[in-house]
Design a protein around this ligand. Structure first.
Ligand code: CTP
Ligand code: MG
Length: 396
């Protein structure tokens, strides 16, 4: 038993026609657009619209096939769908559908399955207009062609297109009004609005949609096929199958305000480095190496000065984010080797500790080595530190 409240809207999807003008050999609703049938595409639009009871009217001999399509398409709405057999005319098919509408339903929409690409918002517009107080509502498009009244091959007179509109479906009705019109129907009409109008009901319009066109001829089917064709990716994404390496370097000058942070460690008593974050050249070189290996740009791409959360941040924050960026792009980090060039601090006593902290944050082994430069260059004079890193990443 469903615990869902019973919807007050029903959509009758008429799909019982034979598709004579399409001429494809099987009933039109079961002709494929892509790997899915016209009916399946129509149901996608219906089921993406506001919640409603959905009644599919199928050719009598295809009720089982329609049932399969409807249940496949319905997902979580499977309690709301049903299939009934149609009649010889569209009007007879709608009447068969009406017989299956639940008692509590107050608004009924009738929709041609053949308008397979109708977007969900058309359903919402029609429902809103009926719930807003209109007895009968149809989506329409302005007529774009210049129109002529003709007799045989002779033009009799021009027709003013500004007073005309092209009617589409879903057409929506107050349920009581539709029931009554169908009960009393004397003649056959091509759509429900015409039947209601003949019964004296005022029919209102809402904007239709170009995509709600009816698949009638082979050319219409071609148009639908072109519209649903998957768009090929512009750049083929190469499948990563081999490891990749990346290199990163960084330099920071001494003269920062705080104590030194380097290689993920705080060094009390040592002069600090200048930088937007903590100036940890070792961590930053690692970040650049991993990002380069993963083809993800560099540190400025992901940790620029426009990212205030990294002002003053330490190595762990940078490396954890770098690991996540690589993982999101489908890479695991193999290992990183980083070398720092500096007169101070003296790394020998804390090298293993640094490796531990950096490896934990990055989720991969980080080897740290340190060297002086024999008094040469800015590292030799003690103006700053430099770090060089190489990283390997592998497809996840
Ligand atoms: N329809 C229906 N029962 C019928 C006739 C039509 O349910 N006896 C449905 C069709 O399945 C279609 C819609 O009404 O979704 C609009 O009809 P149309 O485009 O004319 O479809 P067909 O009647 O199938 O096509 P044709 O007229 O070319 O045979
Ligand atoms: Mg027809």
């Amino acid at each position: 038993m469903s615990l869902l409240p019973v919807p007050r809207v029903a959509v009758i999807v008429v799909a019982a026609g034979s598709g004579t003008r399409l001429g494809s050999g099987s009933p039109k609703a079961f002709v494929g657009i892509d790997s899915h049938t016209i009916l399946r595409h129509a149901l996608r639009g219906v089921l993406a619209g506001p919640e409603a009871q959905v009644i599919v009217v199928a050719p009598a001999e295809r009720v089982g096939d329609a049932q399969t399509e409807v249940l496949d398409a319905a997902g979580e709405r499977r309690d709301l769908v049903a299939v009934v057999a149609g009649g010889d005319t569209r009007q007879a098919s709608v009447a068969a559908g009406l017989g299956a509408v639940w008692a509590d339903v107050e608004t009924v929409l009738v929709h041609d399955a053949a308008r397979a690409l109708t977007p969900p918002d058309v359903f919402a517009r029609v429902i809103d207009a009926v719930e807003g107080g209109s007895d009968a509502v149809i989506p329409v498009l302005p007529v774009v062609d210049t129109l002529k009244r003709v007799e045989a091959d002779a033009v009799v007179e021009p027709v003013d297109r500004s007073v005309l509109a092209a009617a589409q479906t879903p057409q929506g009705f107050r349920r009581a009004v539709l029931d009554e019109a169908y009960r009393d129907a004397a003649a056959d009409h091509t759509d429900d609005a015409a039947l209601l109008q003949a019964a004296g009901t005022v029919v209102r319009t809402v904007p239709g949609d170009e995509l709600a066109f009816k698949i009638t001829t082979p050319a219409d089917l071609e148009r639908a096929r072109a519209l649903v064709a998957p768009i090929p990716p512009v750049v083929p994404v190469p499948l990563a199958t081999v490891p990749r390496v990346g290199i990163g370097t960084d330099v920071h000058a001494f003269g920062g305000d705080d104590t030194l942070w380097l290689a993920g460690l705080e060094w009390p008593g040592e002069p600090g480095l200048k930088g937007h974050s903590d100036g940890d050249a070792v961590a930053h070189a690692i970040v650049d190496a991993v990002l380069a290996a993963a083809g993800l740009g560099d540190i400025g791409t992901h940790f620029g000065t426009d990212q205030p959360q990294y002002a003053g941040a330490h190595a762990a924050a940078f490396l954890a984010r770098t690991r996540a960026l690589a993982a999101e792009a489908g890479w695991v980090i193999g290992n990183v080797s980083v070398q720092v060039q500096a007169n101070r601090p003296r790394f020998a006593a804390r090298r293993v500790e640094a490796e531990q902290v950096l490896s934990d944050a990055l989720g991969a082994p980080v080897s740290v080595s340190a060297t002086t430069t024999d008094g040469l260059g800015f590292t030799g004079t003690g103006d700053g530190v430099a770090a060089f890193a190489v990283a390997v990443v592998m497809p996840a």
